[in-house]
Structures are given as structure tokens and as C-alpha cells.
Write a new protein. Structure first.
Lengths: 894, 114
């Protein structure tokens, strides 16, 4: 009870402070007046009565102070006063305050933003249960040397039945469909066909409805679909009434039986990205809908491999033990079935598959940002040190006047905490902005990017860092003030150059410079890598081309393998699109391909007619299906023979074109033109050889590839390429319209200039480069501020000395030389350390470099020169100021 | 200043204030007069030292105050004992009796009148 009333009392004293003080003053006044009157009544004159009353009272101010002490708000009052004083002090040196706050904001803001990304992508556990027990079961092909291939359905069933070390399994097959409902345009939806146990395997419950049952996962069972959370929210406004409704996927009616939470498709994009080949799956983004795998691929024979297998390790089993068992099982299958010749299994943890590729980049980022924070903290510490040195005199005077060292320490603490708090606030704002920029720039194939946000955890970490930084920095001026020699400060006998303080400050600046050099060097290497990458000739024209993609639904475009390649609907559609697009003004050529240039597409085993024995040792060849216009549109250079023409029609002789790699590898001693190669059981005559296209992306050499004419090998997927004279994006609308005219119900997607696709493909590298460059420049600027600060402070300190030297006849150049020499020493030391550090740490970067060695001479040289030049600039102002010091002014005590 | 007084005297002052207020509410000046009159001027070194004590007692909830008008039509702050204060008074009185009895006992050991 006494605690409560005491609290209330204190609160009132804080809230109505003015009134409380006035009451106290009035009360004391009353007492003294009454005492005075008593003395008056006993005969004393007014003046004497009052004097005696005051004497008896014992000091009104003292009593008032005593009352204030007892009020229990002393600490609070003192802190308020300290804060006001701190604000005044900080406002008095605006340059210092601004630079310190900005530096802190930069450091903390960057740290918060990067940590948010790393937390959201790497650290936060995925929505799956015990995700570290999930594995991907790839199949391998010893003959082609691939280790990450999809599996066949019968294999999946066999493994599921036989494996003891696996608790549960599931298979997934990805695909794209046109999704239509009763209203609205058809949209392209990414669909994953999964086995009925998939939700259980992942340990996830549906948000709405239920998972499919076992008997809904067989060929011929009723068509059911589960919607992905994001599609449900975006397209269907999270309507619970969707349960039981019908949606059409590729014109077939499916009943909605439930909704699955976002995040359940963790890793599936990455599985597709890392697979050696796969069916049509455009990846990147959430899975929109889930259907039954059993229905989709349940009848597919053992020699076809559409499905990816996932499994959960049995309790207590290790990955190694499971691997051993599975390898044994696959050997058994190989013995039992000729279709499984040379096929094995490879088990990999799902976490590794998903996060493995992205971990190095994020770790590099984390290290970089930690360095940035370090540099920022060092800078602020330096600034505080310099400022503390300037205020030594003030501190000395206050100590002489009786200020307790504890009180002084508390005041410095308040000042630095205030500084840090403002910096942290600004930093948080900066972090919001930086995070948005990061997410905009980041490549789409970083997993879980959608889940990244500034959340409580991150805020907590930032606050913690801010508090630590504030407390540590608070010590800096405090410790300084403890060492103050009061008398000499007041007398003004400043030592000519305090040795220990100098060393500390110089050391800090050198460290800063070294750190920033490391970052700038890394950035330089990454920039060069990126430039190298961008200058790689992809083998096809990239500018001025718009692409658009579609997927023909099998309901209206049946895949009748008896009549292949006479697929009337597909040819009708494709020709209509080509004609329509070709008619658009400004379009110079049009082509259609089964897949777009940077999509590896599929590979096939093949043979050269007449060299079948030898062909068995050939690796699989990449196959591309294209219309005649493709070659001209993409600017592929013909190095021999001819490319497809209109005469290579559906009923004409089957032809093929191969790329130069294939020609050089397999036709070393003969002219490929005229030879026949065969795949899918159809022999085709080679009519030409073209330059390589970098099918697997800019960083990898082109594989051997063969082209088939679309008229002779139609596909369900298609990509239209339109070459225009002007900006390709300008014709986007007309291109869409041309496609829609050919088929109003078809979903069109991926409409973008080919350049964007190319840039997106190097997304990760570009991202790392941009971020590193920003970091490098920021830290360099901070380091330069550090140099400037230290030098200008040193100059100010040595004003007297410089004045004396000037008075004794030292020329201006010599004085400037003094300053520059000090600065140059620091710079060279920092540069040397930084280069050494970059040397050592460049291993981290190895995975991101392209065409540039770790120890690339030109880069190191360029960066060193740039840094030297920049620090010369930073030195210039203090040096110039030093030279202008007039001896008379300097010798006069300021 | 309260900090300079010995703990004994500070605690005693609190006890005395509570006792005086137990009879009737009064303002600081009135308390001063009563303490002077009833103790022959022994107790208050400085009159001003009353006020920090009053503040302390208010903060801990033993007394409360309100502004009233005196007979001379002046505004003054009157202090009243709270129920908690009454309990505290009883406790302090008992403690004082015990303490003074002990002190007296020791002093009389030496054979002198305490």
C-alpha cells in the first residue's frame, strides 16, 4: 500500500511539477511569515523580526532542497536536467551531431535491413515441421553423369514400399496451366501435382478444408484441387465459400477441397532449379494450386521420369544410413528392370537444396554489413574522442567547481545515449527504405523473400545493438574525463600533442580505412565479374526483342501421338500467332520456339544414323523446337548449310539443325550436313549448323544442341519472339492481342523484353555486386570522414605548435607537409592492412567471381589509387587550414 | 538537512509528528509551535528541517494534506493522519518504548540516574 501511494506521489510530483513547487514555496513562506509575526508581537521591529525568524528557520532554500530530496523524484529530475543539457551541448556543435547521427543511422539501418533478409530467408524456421528431417531423393544417371534427375512413378512406388529408413514419402510433378473460373480472365497458374500424403509429409495442416484422400490420388479418380494461400487471397479474396466450387484447369473442371498455407512449397522452386532437367515448370513464385500426382503421372511407364521424390527420415535414422539403404534398393531395381540401367539414387537434405545456393551470398552480405557497422561505430567513437578532448577544459572547470565524477559520468552517458537513440531511430527509418530497395533489387530466386520484413526480432536486435553501442560510447568521454589534469587544463597548458590519445585515434582511423578498403576491393572484383558476365556473348540477340509465352491446354490441343506431328490445332494456333504478330507495324521478324533461350529445356538420348554403337556413349543432347523465323529473329549466325524454311513443312522430310558444339564434338572428321540424327525414334537430316546459344545461362558453355522444325515437332509450350525496330515493350499490348485473337481463352505470360530475362538470369550476381558496391562506397566515405576528423582535430590541437613554427620561419609548404605526412602515413597503413585483409578474406567471394581471379592485379591497383586519391582530398582541407594559421592568432590563447 | 541528522533523531522526528497529528490536524507552523511548547525547545534544531520530514511521511502514505484557510484568512497546508499513519504511530511508539527502555537499562547499570 505504501508503494502505491509513494508511486502516486512521485507521479504527481512529475506531472504537476510546477504546481507542486509553488505549493511548497507558499507553505514555507507561510511558516516564515507566521514566525515573523510572532516576533513582531513580542515587540521586535519588522526587519529584526524577519531576520530572527529566518535564522530560526535555518535557511529556506536548504529546506526547500530537503523537501525536493524527499519527494523521491531526484533521479528523474536530474536525468531531465542532464537531457536538456545534453541537447544544448549537441545543438552547439551541429556538425559533430549531424555526422555522428548519420553515421550511426547508416550503420544500424544497414544492419537491420540485412539482418531482416538473412533472418527471413535463412534463420527463421520454415513453416514445415522439422524441416531438417526432410530429404530430396534424386535419381542419377551414370551414363550422362547427372546426379539430380527426376524419378519415374514406378520407382517412386517401389522406394515408398521398400524403404525402412524413410518415415513417409511424397512425389511432386510441377506444371503450368490456364486457370479459369466463371468470371475473370484466364490466368496462368503454376500447379504442383502431389501425392496424397504430401501435407502430412511436410507436417502442415490445411487452412481450410481437407487434404485429398488416398483414393482420390489414382488415375481416373475424381478431379480435386487445393488452392495455394496466396492465390486464394489475391484472386478469390480469401473467400471461404470457395470450398466445393469448381475451377477449370486447362479447361478441365476441378472441385476445390481445401486451401494450403503459404510456405508449404518451401524448396520446390529450388529443386526444379537444380534438377538436370525437368518438365515444363516456370518456377519462381508460390505454387498456385495442388492436384493429384497419381492422376497426372500414375500411368507413366518406368522409362519416363516426371516426378521429384521427397521423404522424411525415420526417427533416429541418419542421412548416411538412409543413403546406404536407398542405394541398395536402387541397385535392386537396376537388376530387376532394364529401364533402370545406369540409374542410381542421390539423397540430399531439403534444407541444403533450398538454402545451399543462397547461403554464400547472404553470408557475404552479413559479413559486409557487420564490417559496415564496425566502421560506423569506430567513426563515432573517434568523433567522441575528439570532442571529448575539446571539452577537457570545460570538464576541468566543472570538476574544480565541485561536480562529482559520478554526476559527470552520468551526464556523458545521457549525451551518448541520446545520440545513439536518435541515430537508432533514424536508422530504423533508413532500414525500412533500405529493405524495400533490397527486396526490389533482389533476384527472384532467393527463397522465402516474400516472408522478409522488419519484425519484432529484428527490432529487438537493433535496439540491443543500439543500447550496447550507446553504453560503450558513453564510457569513452567518461574515461577521458577521469584522466583530466584539472590544474593544467585551467591554466591552459595544453600539452603539445598528447601521445596516448593520438595513437588510439590514429589506430582507429587506420582500422576504419583498412575495413573500407576490403569492402571496396570486394566490390571492385564483383563489378569486374559482372561486367565480364554482361559482356559474354549469349549467342543470340538480346536487344529489341519482346517475348511472350503460353501453354496450350491438352483439352483443346490434344496430344495425339498416333498422328504426331500432324497436330492440326497446335499448327493452326502457331501460324495464326506468327501471322498476327508479323502484321504489327514496326516488327521486323517473328519466331516461335518451344522454350525460351535461357531455359535448358529437355535433353534426349539420341544417335547418329550409321553410328549407333558409338552414339550409345554420347551424352544426351539438348533439343530445341523452333519455327523458321526463330533464327533470323534471334540473330543466330549460320556457319554451314541452311536453317529451316517454310518448305520444311509437316509432311516434308524431317530435318534438323545442330549447333557448332555438336558439330565439332560429334562430326570431327565428317561434314555433318547430310547426315541423319535420330531421337524420339524419328531420323532427321541435318541441313545446317548454327552458332552456339548459351542455353544454360551466361556462365556456362553451350552444350551440344539440335533444333527441330516446329512444323515437324509441335509442342504444348510456346514462346513467341518479336523483333522490333524500337522499344520492344511498346508492342507488348499488340502482341498480347495477336495471341488472344488466335485463342481467346489462352493465358499469356512472361511478356517482357528478352533483355529483362537475361538480366534476371544473373540476378544473384548483380544483386551481390550492387550491394557490395553500395557498402564499399559508404564505408569509404565514412573512413574519409574519419581521416578528415582526425586530421582537423590534430591541426586544431597543434595550432600553437604550428603558429610557433610559422613564426620561426617555417614556410607554408612545410606546414602543409606536416599535416599531409601524418595523413599519408595513416592512409598507407590502412591501405596495406586492407589489401592484406582482402587477400585473406577473398575466399568468401570465390563463388561469385567470373572471369576475374581473387587476386586480380588491375582491380587492386585501381582501388588503391582511388583510395589514395580520395584520402588526399580528405587531407586537403585540414592542410589548407593549417597553412593559413597566422602565427599571432595561434600564439594568443583562444 | 535530513541527511546530516542521525538516524535516531530522524526516526524520532517522524514519531513526534505522527503523535502530534494524531490529536488534531495542523499546519507546519502549528506543529513547530506544539513541538516547541511541549518539549521546552529541545527538539527542533532548525524549524526548516520539519518540512522534509513532512514530505517523507506524505510520500510513504502516513499522512496526507489539504489546503485550508486559517483564522487569519490565510491559506495554509494542513496535515492529517491517515489510517496507515495511525498504524505506523502505534508501531513506532512501541519501538520507542523498547528502545528507550533498553537505553535506560544500560545507563542505569553505571549506577547513575538515566
Amino acid at each position: 500500500m505504501s508503494l502505491f501511494s509513494s508511486l502516486r506521489h512521485r507521479l504527481r510530483a512529475i506531472v504537476s511539477r510546477g504546481q507542486v513547487e509553488r505549493d511548497s514555496a507558499e507553505e514555507l513562506r507561510f511558516h516564515v511569515d507566521m514566525a515573523t509575526r510572532r516576533h513582531e508581537e513580542s515587540g521586535l521591529p519588522l526587519g529584526e523580526a524577519r531576520r530572527r525568524a529566518l535564522a530560526e528557520f535555518g535557511g529556506v532554500a536548504v529546506a526547500a532542497e530537503g523537501v525536493r530530496d524527499e519527494r523521491g523524484t531526484r533521479l528523474f529530475e536530474d536525468l531531465k536536467q542532464d537531457t536538456r543539457h545534453a541537447i544544448r551541448q549537441l545543438a552547439r556543435s551541429p556538425a559533430f551531431t549531424l555526422v555522428a547521427v548519420l553515421t550511426l543511422a547508416l550503420g544500424m539501418g544497414a544492419t537491420t535491413a540485412i539482418f531482416s533478409v538473412v533472418d527471413g530467408v535463412l534463420l527463421r524456421p520454415p513453416v514445415l515441421q522439422d524441416a531438417d528431417r526432410l530429404v530430396v531423393l534424386w535419381e542419377t544417371d551414370r551414363q550422362s553423369g547427372t546426379t539430380r534427375e527426376p524419378a519415374s512413378w514406378p520407382d517412386y512406388l517401389d522406394y515408398t514400399r521398400e524403404a525402412r529408413t524413410l518415415k513417409a514419402t511424397a512425389a511432386v510433378v510441377g506444371g503450368d496451366v490456364s486457370l479459369t473460373t466463371d468470371e475473370g480472365e484466364p490466368i496462368r497458374a503454376s500447379v504442383m501435382a502431389a501425392t496424397w500424403g504430401f501435407l502430412d509429409l511436410m507436417g502442415v495442416k490445411p487452412i481450410l478444408g481437407r487434404a485429398p484422400a488416398a483414393d482420390e490420388d489414382r488415375p481416373g479418380s475424381s478431379l480435386v484441387v487445393m488452392l495455394g494461400e496466396r492465390l486464394w487471397r489475391n484472386r478469390f479474396a480469401a473467400d471461404p465459400g470457395m470450398l466445393g466450387k469448381t475451377v477449370r484447369l486447362n479447361d478441365e473442371a476441378y472441385t476445390v477441397i481445401g486451401v494450403v498455407p503459404a510456405g508449404i512449397d518451401f524448396g520446390l522452386d529450388q529443386i526444379y532449379a537444380r534438377a538436370a532437367y525437368h518438365g515444363p515448370w516456370l518456377g519462381t513464385g508460390d505454387v498456385d494450386a495442388w492436384v493429384s500426382a497419381g492422376q497426372t503421372v500414375g500411368n507413366v511407364p518406368r522409362n519416363s521420369h516426371p516426378a521429384f521424390m521427397l521423404a522424411r527420415l525415420a526417427d533416429g535414422t541418419s542421412l548416411a544410413a538412409a543413403r546406404t539403404e536407398l542405394e541398395g534398393l536402387s541397385a535392386g531395381l537396376e537388376r530387376a528392370f532394364p529401364e533402370n540401367a545406369n540409374r542410381g539414387v542421390f539423397m540430399e537434405s531439403l534444407m541444403d537444396v533450398t538454402l545451399g545456393p543462397v547461403r554464400p551470398v547472404l553470408m557475404v552480405l552479413l559479413v559486409a554489413v557487420a564490417l559496415l557497422l564496425l566502421v560506423a561505430c569506430v567513426n563515432v567513437a573517434n568523433l567522441l574522442l575528439a570532442r571529448g578532448a575539446r571539452r577537457l577544459r570545460e570538464v576541468a572547470v566543472r570538476v574544480a567547481l565541485g561536480a562529482g565524477l559520478g554526476r559527470l559520468a552520468r551526464q556523458f552517458m545521457v549525451e551518448t545515449v541520446l545520440l545513439t537513440a536518435v541515430g537508432a531511430l533514424a536508422g530504423f527509418g533508413l532500414a525500412q527504405f533500405a529493405l524495400r530497395a533490397l527486396l526490389a533489387l533482389a533476384p527472384a530466386d532467393i527463397p522465402r523473400l516474400a516472408e522478409v520484413g522488419l519484425d519484432g526480432r529484428v527490432l529487438g536486435v537493433t535496439v540491443l545493438v543500439a543500447v550496447l553501442v550507446g553504453l560503450v560510447f558513453g564510457l569513452v568521454p567518461t574515461l577521458q574525463s577521469f584522466r583530466v589534469d584539472v590544474m593544467s587544463q585551467i591554466k591552459g597548458d595544453t600539452p603539445l600533442a598528447g601521445r596516448p590519445a593520438h595513437t588510439l585515434r590514429n589506430g582507429l582511423v587506420i582500422a576504419e580505412l583498412a575495413l573500407s578498403v576490403m569492402l571496396v576491393l570486394s566490390a571492385g572484383l564483383l563489378v569486374r565479374s559482372f561486367l565480364n558476365l554482361m559482356s559474354v556473348d549469349p549467342g543470340f540477340r538480346t536487344s529489341g526483342i519482346l517475348k511472350a509465352a503460353w501453354l496450350l491446354p491438352p483439352t483443346r490441343y490434344p496430344r495425339d501421338f498416333q498422328r504426331f506431328p500432324n497436330w492440326e490445332p497446335q499448327h493452326r494456333f502457331t501460324n495464326a500467332v506468327i501471322a498476327g504478330a508479323g502484321a504489327i507495324p514496326g516488327v521486323t521478324s517473328v519466331g516461335v520456339a518451344g522454350t525460351h533461350p535461357l531455359d535448358p529445356g529437355f535433353t534426349n538420348s539420341w544417335s547418329i544414323v550409321g553410328r549407333e554403337e558409338e552414339s550409345r556413349t554420347f551424352p544426351e543432347i539438348s533439343v530445341r523446337v523452333v519455327t523458321p523465323g526463330y533464327f533470323k529473329t534471334l540473330g543466330l549466325v549460320t556457319t554451314g548449310g541452311r536453317v529451316f524454311e517454310e518448305t520444311d513443312a509437316t509432311d516434308a522430310a524431317a530435318v534438323a539443325v545442330i549447333n557448332r558444339t555438336a558439330a565439332e564434338r560429334f562430326f570431327k572428321n565428317q561434314d555433318p550436313i547430310g547426315q541423319q540424327i535420330s531421337w524420339w525414334g524419328i531420323p532427321r537430316r541435318i541441313v545446317g549448323v548454327v552458332q552456339d546459344e548459351r542455353i544454360h545461362g551466361l556462365t556456362e558453355a553451350a552444350p551440344p544442341a539440335a533444333y527441330a522444325a516446329y512444323a515437324q515437332a509441335p509442342m504444348q509450350t510456346g514462346v513467341l519472339f518479336v523483333h522490333t525496330e524500337g522499344d520492344p515493350f511498346a508492342v507488348a499490348g499488340q502482341v498480347r492481342e495477336a495471341i488472344r485473337t488466335a485463342d481467346r481463352q489462352l493465358a499469356v505470360y512472361g511478356v517482357e523484353p528478352l533483355e529483362s530475362t537475361l538480366v534476371a538470369s544473373v540476378g544473384q550476381r548483380r544483386f551481390a555486386m550492387l550491394v557490395m558496391a553500395v557498402f564499399g562506397v559508404t564505408t569509404l566515405v565514412l573512413a574519409l570522414i574519419g581521416i578528415y576528423g582526425v586530421l582537423s582535430y590534430a591541426t586544431a590541437q597543434r595550432t600553437r605548435e604550428i603558429g610557433i613554427r610559422a613564426a620561426l620561419g617555417a614556410s607554408r609548404e612545410r606546414v602543409v607537409g606536416l599535416v599531409v605526412r601524418q595523413g599519408a602515413t595513416m592512409t598507407l597503413a590502412g591501405l596495406a592492412l586492407g589489401v592484406a585483409g582482402a587477400f585473406a578474406g577473398s575466399k568468401l567471394l570465390a563463388g561469385l567471381l567470373f572471369g576475374v581471379g581473387r587476386l586480380d592485379g588491375p582491380t587492386y591497383l585501381m582501388v588503391s589509387v582511388a583510395v589514395l586519391g580520395a584520402s588526399l582530398l580528405a587531407m586537403w582541407i585540414p592542410a589548407w587550414r593549417a597553412a593559413r594559421i597566422a602565427p599571432v592568432e595561434a600564439l594568443r590563447r583562444e | 538537512m535530513p541527511a546530516d541528522r542521525s538516524d535516531v533523531l530522524q526516526g524520532t522526528l517522524d514519531l513526534l509528528i505522527l503523535q502530534v497529528l494524531a490529536h488534531e490536524p495542523d499546519h507546519g507552523w502549528g506543529l513547530t509551535l506544539k513541538l516547541e511548547q511541549h518539549s521546552d525547545g529541545v527538539l527542533l534544531v532548525n524549524q526548516g528541517s520539519l518540512y522534509p520530514a513532512l514530505e517523507r511521511l506524505t510520500r510513504t502514505g502516513a499522512i496526507r494534506n489539504e489546503w485550508r484557510v486559517t483564522e487569519n484568512n490565510r491559506r495554509a497546508r494542513y496535515y492529517l493522519l491517515t489510517p496507515a499513519g495511525r498504524r505506523r504511530l502505534a508501531v513506532e511508539r512501541a519501538a520507542w518504548r523498547r528502545a528507550s527502555a533498553a537505553v535506560n537499562a544500560i545507563l542505569s547499570l553505571a549506577g547513575e540516574a538515566p
